[in-house]
Design a protein. Structure first.
Length: 499
């Protein structure tokens, strides 16, 4: 069974061998020698090194206290999540699933072998609590694919102990720099090994600064493609907000394809957008469930105990847990499907050979602004139609449609922001406020539907439906307040929509 450890560390180089005296680091009371460990790690990747290009490392290591398979996923500079699995001859299924969005159908093969002699010491505070582990690694690298080659180097690592204050690393860093130690030029041992043993694709030339309308949109689309690919393992690990973030990335790509049809040929992008919509729908089953469960739980928390009649909380918890468990299994199956992998391939294909139209070569200001304004006009018509519709089901539907279009305009404005600057940023902010208001309204519609279902089940079981009715009434009031607020908010949005 795989387990995950958050790894927070800093790597250093030094012209001298050995570790500087660390007793002078603020907070360190003692330094305990832990001896030397002999580590032997084989790193796996695709033949074209897709994992390394994404700063992801996969290794099988023996020696030390944590022998096994280790998959390291980047979180932010100096921070990675290390997913561990027991030793086996082949890549464990749980680990392989977490890299599927990056490797697709490609085979994982050995690319580098690293053998390290690790001299370890523990940094303790006055209470004997472990602050960090410092080590000096004498590394021998051997390339296992391509032409092959070898390399040797020595590096210093300082890894924060579990639960320790991350600020400690800054104190250690200051001390080490004063001792003549410098930060490593490579983010990982694998990155350095690939570079020094010859032939690597981990470093690519910096992208040229966007100049044309097409440049700006392609840069935005690449960022969303990368977010979808990185979101796959996060969703599989059930990380907080991972489903939402992946779903947002699909929506941003769809919005860009739809709004900027004058730049990107929709004859090519529409089929891709349709598949993105499919994936967003599959993701939505889980995400919508999470949001609705959180809303109803918070609403119940606000009800005085004297007004909670019957096992309302138990029914709500059981409903949320049961449905979440069902959609989780389904969602993982979706990510494993041939259709999802084909979608990722199609995104790569569109970005590798973008279907640019003539306007893509023009300066972005007028082209992108015109497209965003055209989409904003559609939002205006939908909002007006919703406000003219009498309260009830038809208005709920109209407001939901206005929300979806406002969200599309928001994402379009975000895509145009690097080119248009503050006006686009202001419009995106206004559309975010609008979609937040309309989103709360739609959540209320869904909450009332669920409360009616739960009430019917409780009534059939001979339980009181009073509390469900109370919550339903509060949701009605919340929705009515949003409808009253809409004219003012929309007026402000129109006033600020000057690109």
């Amino acid at each position: 069974m795989a387990e995950t450890k958050r790894e927070i560390e800093r790597k250093y180089e030094s012209d001298d061998s050995g570790l500087p005296d660390l007793t002078g680091v603020a907070g360190v009371a003692s330094v305990l020698d832990q001896g030397v460990a002999e580590l032997d790690a084989t790193y796996y990747d695709t033949a074209d090194e897709r994992l390394a290009a994404s700063a992801v490392t996969l290794r099988r290591r023996t020696g030390g206290s944590d022998a096994g398979w280790h998959l390291k996923l980047p979180v932010e500079p100096g921070v990675r999540d290390e997913v561990r699995a027991p030793l086996s001859d082949t890549v464990p299924g749980e680990i392989a699933a977490l890299v599927r969005s990056r490797i697709r159908h490609a085979e994982l093969v050995p690319v580098v072998r690293l053998r390290s002699s690790r001299d370890v010491c523990h940094l303790l505070d006055a209470d004997g609590t472990l602050l960090a582990e410092a080590s000096v690694d004498e590394v021998r690298a051997e390339r296992l694919n391509r032409a092959g080659g070898t390399a040797r180097w020595t590096e210093i690592e300082v890894e924060l102990a579990d639960g320790a204050d991350p600020a400690f690393l800054a104190k250690a860093d200051k001390h080490l720099r004063k001792a003549g130690v410098r930060p490593s030029a490579s983010p990982s041992k694998l990155a350095r090994a690939l570079e020094e043993t010859g032939g690597t694709r981990t470093r690519t030339a910096a992208s040229a600064k966007p100049v044309t309308a097409g440049d700006h949109l392609l840069a935005y689309l690449r960022a969303q493609r990368d977010a979808i690919v990185a979101g796959d393992p996060a969703v599989r690990r059930d990380l907080p907000d991972s489903v939402h973030q992946m779903r947002v990335a699909t929506r941003r790509m769809r919005s860009t394809f739809r709004v900027f049809g004058s730049v990107l040929d929709r004859a090519v992008t529409d089929p891709v957008a349709a598949e993105l919509k499919w994936l967003a729908g599959e993701l939505g089953a889980d995400r919508d469930q999470e949001v609705l469960a959180a809303r109803l739980t918070a609403a119940l928390d606000d009800v005085p105990p004297a007004l909670v009649h019957g096992p309302v909380r138990e029914r709500l918890t059981a409903w949320a847990s049961a449905r979440h468990g069902h959609t989780r299994g389904h969602l993982v199956a979706v990510l494993d499907s041939a259709r999802a992998l084909a979608l990722l391939d199609s995104l790569d294909a569109v970005l590798a050979d973008p279907p640019l139209r003539k306007k893509a070569a023009k300066k972005p200001d007028a082209v992108l602004a015109a497209a965003v304004h055209k989409d904003l006009a559609k939002v205006s018509r939908l909002v007006a139609r919703a406000l003219e519709t009498p309260p009830g089901h038809d208005r709920d539907v109209a407001l939901h449609e206005a929300r979806k279009k406002a969200k599309r305009t928001r994402y379009a404005a975000e895509a145009a922001t690097p080119a248009l600057g503050r006006p686009a940023r202001s419009l995106a902010k206004s559309m975010k406020s609008l979609t937040s208001l309309l989103g709360d309204h739609q959540d209320s519609v869904m909450a009332r539907h669920t409360l009616r279902e739960l009430s019917a089940v409780a009534h059939a079981a001979g339980e009181s439906a009073f509390t469900y009715g109370l919550l339903h009434g509060r949701e009605e009031a919340r929705a009515a307040a949003a409808e009253r607020e809409l004219p003012r908010l929309w007026k402000e949005a129109e006033a600020g929509a000057r690109l």
